[in-house]
Design a protein around this ligand. Structure first.
Ligand code: ZN
Length: 99
């Protein structure tokens, strides 16, 4: 009886540690995947995957994608640009792109 009980106890312990290790491994796997995604996507265009290039437009730093022409603005950059020339900045911006 004692041996059976000990075996059962050991089996339960093993099961506990196995489950705990599996959870740790899964967590580590997810963290690694997340880091990999971040390192691969850093400074990359979310649309076409090309490397985005920093540029300055009217003293406002922007990021532009040479692949698809996408432009990224910081949180306050659009407001800054709009305030600088609120009537024509949009036309000029896209007018310059066509030339
Ligand atoms: Zn792009």
């Amino acid at each position: 009886m004692t041996d059976l009980w000990d075996e059962r106890k050991k089996a339960l312990e093993n099961q506990y540690f196995y489950k705990e290790e599996q959870e740790k491994i899964e967590k580590l796997r997810q963290e690694t995947r997340e880091q990999l995604i971040r390192s691969h996507c850093r400074n990359r265009c979310p649309k076409c995957g090309d490397e985005i290039q920093p540029m300055t437009f009217r003293d406002v730093p922007l990021d532009k994608c040479p692949g698809c022409g996408g432009i990224w603005l910081g949180p306050k950059d659009l407001k800054t640009l709009a305030e600088k020339d609120h009537r024509t900045w949009f036309d000029k911006w896209f007018g310059e792109e066509k030339e």
